[in-house]
Design a protein around this ligand. Sequence first.
Ligand code: CO
Length: 426
Amino acid sequence: MVRNILAELQQFLLESPGCFHAVAALKHRLDAAGFTELRESERWQLTPGQGYYVSRNGSSLLSFRLPKCQAESLHIIASHSDSPSFKLKPDPALWADGVLRLNVEGYGGMIRRSWFDRPLSVAGRVIIDDGGALRERLVYVDRDLLLIPSLAIHLSRDSAEAKTISVQNELLPLLGLTSDAWARVLSDAAQVSADRILGADLFLTCREKPTVWGADGEFLSAPRLDDLACCYASFAGFLDAKPTSDIALHAVFDNEEVGSRSMQGAESDFLAATVRRILLALGMDEEGMRAAIARSFLVSADNAHALHPNYAGKYDLVSRPKMNGGIVLKRQAGQKYTTDAVGEAVFRAICRKANVPVQDYANHSDVPGGSTLGNISNTQLSIRAVDIGLAQLAMHSAYETMGSADATHLARFAEAFYGMPLPKVE
Ligand code: CO
């Protein structure tokens, strides 16, 4: 299928103000493509040749397509659904000096100053009391609702740029000028009276629209590009890939930005347990399962740092990814990235066949750099893997920037990866 991945990605970003909505947006597309939803709490009966998906906590999602014949191995691409943000604290309405603010705490390592002076809103989920039954409902106030104004320059001459910005004191968004507005907004958004809301996971979300800009439209800026760009591009390739004699599995994990240690994060048993259940349902015994897993391959896809021309000294001497330069292959000696010679060679061989450009990333040798999904997931389901990403600037800003052509590169890679036998290393 010929797709406009750039346009589709922008649409997906608009539908995904947070992790719960991102997973819901993927589920809609899976339903349209004929996939069947499975529940972890039920017994599974799987039919060869069919597609299925299962979510955990509504914020992590595993989608897979079975081969018509006996499965040889699994081809897995993993990305994450969450982004750095601010989470609403309990009873968040703060009324003082005639202004209503919301009380928040940080979620993940955001660039704090990037959250000032931008239209914001609230997105997440609530659990409501529905006549005694508890029901989950997604909530997104789809309008400009909140904003965190900067302090005027005249009042902050001493150090505003340099000092640490306090979340507790300086990053509380303004909601209105009436004290009861929060209860009203929340019950409108959840479509129930406030007293029926028994639980909530609500986050600030940046409402800036995705935009393609630059002299020749080279750049894409949007909130949450890390990691929804990898998530969507790999998903598009997953949907388009030709069936093979292997299992195609697309994984999206929540909580990467806070260390992946949760019921649904990459360090949970979600992937390992699901893979086991799939192989069991296909009639494999323990031996067969171990062998299939040993033949499998995981691509951990999370965005990478593009060279920032204003800060070139922060980068490696040689490996300096360029926007629109192709998929970034990440290596780190300490194994924060899973990539080794074998994983790298398998990845390069597939990219070569699919005619997808590849570029290298290594950290500045004196800078520790970030971590991601692959090595964490490998503690639960240990398989050959590689760490890749798309080159972006301003990682963890409320409004991030990447090359406008790179999501298409990843979609092409994913289609090839899911649609061909894995290259074997003898
Ligand atoms: Co990321």
